[in-house]
Design a protein around this ligand. Structure first.
Ligand code: FE
Length: 161
């Protein structure tokens, strides 16, 4: 019986590999389809702070997120649509007061857009599935990418491994 289960698991993994072949870009967490909701739907679903950050592109006050000091292993998902966005493995202490990561969990899950607000040119980071504003990415991060994804904790939820 045990052998049968193992065999089944092997077969399953082979078939899922075959399915992924040729898919571009490869993603462990594919963005299946866009999630679009009206602003009133988002408003009723999200907390005030989540709505302010995700839908109105606001920024939470530095050092206010309870996710700032999370050191457990797990995944940071979009607070609006639960798409996995960042792994705890890429979280680092930036000293900025916002949760910081050097890489998204998968490039396709995070969208980037030029942001020229407030007389600065920055790169805005958004959830690729629901277009929720997450924060910005800067080119002054640590190795191996040299990038610093400066993310509002209000835009994320932590799922402990
Ligand atoms: Fe999302």
């Amino acid at each position: 019986m045990k052998n049968l289960i193992v065999l089944f698991a092997i077969l399953l993994s082979i078939s899922s590999c075959a399915q992924q072949k040729g898919d571009k870009p490869k993603s462990a967490f594919p963005v299946k389809e866009k999630i679009e909701k009206s602003e009133s739907e988002w408003k009723s679903q999200l907390t005030e702070m989540e709505y302010y950050v995700l839908r109105e592109k606001g920024t939470e006050r530095a050092f206010t997120s309870e996710l700032l000091n999370v050191k457990d292993e797990g995944t940071f998902v979009c607070a609006a649509c639960a798409l996995p966005l960042f792994s705890s493995e890429t979280k680092f202490k930036s000293g900025t007061g916002w949760p910081s990561f050097y890489e998204p969990i998968n490039a396709v899950n995070v969208a980037e857009e030029e942001d020229r607000a407030y007389g600065m040119v920055r790169t805005e980071v958004l959830c690729a599935r629901c277009d929720g504003h997450l924060g910005h990415v800067f080119p002054d991060g640590p190795k191996p990418t040299g990038l610093r994804y400066c993310i509002n904790g209000a835009a994320l939820k932590f799922e402990k491994k």
